[in-house]
Design a protein around this ligand. Structure first.
Ligand code: ZN
Length: 218
């Protein structure tokens, strides 16, 4: 399968769904990454670009695509972004797409989620991932990432994650080490966060509502 992960800045994909992507990659699926900005507000753009490439070495994406937009300035370019994402979709024809959730305190994340929703209007299997600045997120799909959690940690280190210590712990959670990438298609459905730290109930599942199968094995 072809898996496309879309993020506004270097480190977003790593924080949001890299454990799941690593699982796909290990099972021989093709990973594509689309990153809209170099994230220069969180550090020198060229440095962050290099870091992103280093982190991508773990996933070995077929392609790492840069959107070429300026950090924090995605909102004014909504129509262009929709078009650019459509071009990427046409070229790759992904089976699954992962992107930010639209309720987020960062304007770039909000804008990119909205642009992706428009660009993927005829595409199935679009899943939202949660990051440190996501709001009101009620995950409905959980993927067991025990086997790739170390990869996720390595990727977050590789990108010099720019969030706070608390946010970092939210992604990795040193104490509890959450075992799931949290992904949601439909807010308000399915179990909420309370369950995700439970090590006793590690399994993959999906809701009937979703009608998509998160299958990482070949
Ligand atoms: Zn970001």
């Amino acid at each position: 399968m072809k898996i496309l992960a879309i993020g506004a800045h270097p480190d977003d994909i790593e924080a949001g769904c890299s454990g799941t992507l690593a699982k796909y990659a290990r099972n021989g699926h093709d990973i594509y990454m689309l990153i809209m900005t170099e994230g220069h507000m969180g550090g020198e753009g060229s440095t962050r670009k290099k870091e992103q490439k280093r982190s991508a070495k773990i996933l070995k994406p077929r392609e790492l695509i840069w959107g070429g937009y300026k950090d924090t300035l995605l909102t004014p370019h909504m129509n262009q972004m929709v078009h650019d994402i459509e071009v990427v979709l046409k070229k790759i024809a992904p089976d699954f797409i992962f992107v930010h959730y639209e309720d987020d305190t960062h304007q770039d994340h909000r804008a990119l989620a909205k642009a992706t929703i428009s660009a993927t209007r005829y595409v199935r299997n679009v899943l939202f991932y949660e990051g440190p600045t996501t709001q009101n997120f009620s995950p409905a799909v959980f993927v067991d990432i025990r086997e790739t959690l170390d990869d996720k940690v390595a990727m977050l280190h590789g990108t010099l994650f720019t969030g706070s210590e608390d946010q970092y712990r939210g992604c990795i959670n040193n104490g509890h080490r959450p075992l799931f990438s949290r992904l949601s298609r439909n807010p308000g459905t399915g179990p909420v966060r309370g369950g995700f730290r439970s090590t006793a109930s590690v399994y993959q599942y999906l809701t009937v509502l979703l009608k998509v199968k998160i299958q990482t094995a070949k």
